[in-house]
Design a protein around this ligand. Structure first.
Ligand code: GMT
Length: 368
């Protein structure tokens, strides 16, 4: 098949999933064209049959903001025509699904598959300024997927649409060979390493991460590694400086090699307000790192409470800290949960069977 995939190139789960699906499909012999405003972070390495197209919205004195959605639709139509695409797969509804539908108007043989990732439904998508168009995109796409049962239900409820939505989860690959241990520089005095990875948007509740850590360090030696960047980083860093935590909390900024950080982490913290799946938690689990997270959205479909980690009420940082302490004070329990987490990640959310599901959906919408 010839497949066009559009996604965001910022650090974020939807771009990671889109890029990894694209790479896997190319390895399986499909021709894949990825369309994005700049090179997605995971699109590294040269792969046969995998091509990148940068989407640029040309400025014009009349525009306040150049219309990216139209430029994307045009690029989709252009790539589809000149490379004979069969399918456009839009990752994150806004504006990728709408742009794909515009391209389909230009080239009616094209099929459009939309993958809903999370805030395109739960936060931005339900904002009245986008809702009617998100609803139309869900209704008009030839295939729609959601990354969890929770997100599927939430989509049907919020938009009142009556259509088939396939649930296809996020996935991980087995981590490569263990890299040189960075524990020595992350936690010099044999302290435990707690890790958080996100794009530091309000939905991630990064201040809860710091509060859990503050409580944990009163009972056990610990360091916190905060990976990523975004609007709430400044407040979190200022808080750590003011509370004298700067030496114990390390803000690394955006990192491509999260595997190295996870390979020397003892616990992963994800206290989000909502999370349709929680790819970062799954990646931690793949590295044998138990997860402490809030019991929201699709997280209970990924992390089994008391098996792969603990799920607590959103905002209850004391309960999260107590669960973290239970794990940190009991080496056997932590190891057992780490092993279960890894098994679950690599069995239930392995790349191969999940990419099979996308391939099967493409064939279904193409009638092959
Ligand atoms: O929806 C978002 O917040 C953006 C998106 C992204 O691009 O980072 O994240 C979502 O998609 C991921 C991949 O499917 C999921 O693992 C995340 O749980 C989800 N984020 C939220 O629901 C907050």
């Amino acid at each position: 098949m010839r497949i066009g995939i559009s996604c965001y190139s910022t650090f974020g789960g939807s771009g990671v999933v889109a890029t990894e699906v694209g790479k896997a499909l190319a390895v399986r012999g499909h021709e894949v064209h990825i369309l994005s405003p700049s090179l997605p972070p995971r699109l590294v390495g040269f792969e046969d049959r995998l091509c990148f197209h940068e989407v640029r919205a040309s400025p014009y004195p009349l525009f306040e903001d150049a219309p990216y959605s139209i430029a994307l639709g045009s690029k989709m139509a252009d790539v589809a025509e000149h490379h004979g695409l069969d399918i456009l797969h839009a990752h994150y509804a806004i504006p990728h699904a709408m742009a794909a539908l515009l391209a389909r108007m230009a080239l009616p043989h094209l099929k459009v598959v939309t993958t809903l990732h999370g805030t395109d439904i739960t936060v931005v998508g339900s904002d009245p300024s986008y809702l009617p168009m998100v609803k139309m995109a869900i209704r008009e796409s030839d295939g729609v997927t959601a990354v969890s049962d929770y997100l599927r239900e939430e989509t049907l409820r919020t938009f009142g649409v009556d259509r088939e939505i396939d649930v296809i989860g996020n996935f991980v690959e087995p981590p490569g060979p263990e890299r040189p241990d960075c524990r020595a520089w992350l936690a010099p005095k044999a302290a435990f390493v707690l890790t958080h990875i996100s794009n530091f948007r309000p939905v991630k509740r990064v201040m809860d991460v710091i509060r859990v850590f503050e409580r944990v360090r009163t009972e056990v030696p610990a360091r916190l590694v905060m990976v990523g960047d975004g609007p709430d980083r400044v407040e979190a860093e200022a808080y750590c400086r003011d509370r004298g935590l700067a030496a114990e909390v390390r803000f690394t900024g955006k990192q491509l090699d999260i595997g190295t950080v996870l390979a020397c982490s003892d616990l992963f913290l994800l206290p989000s307000a909502t999370e349709s799946f929680g790819l970062a938690a799954l990646e931690a689990m793949g590295h044998r790192v138990p997860v402490i997270a809030s019991r929201v959205g699709g997280l209970p479909e990924v992390v089994r409470h008391g098996v792969d980690g603990y799920l607590e009420t959103m905002g209850d940082t004391e309960a999260m800290a107590q669960s973290a302490l239970r794990l940190l004070k009991d080496d056997d329990l932590r190891k057992r949960m780490g092993d279960s987490a890894r098994e679950r990640a690599l069995d239930t959310f392995a790349e191969g069977p999940i990419v099979d599901q996308y391939e099967a959906l493409y064939r279904r919408v193409l009638g092959r």
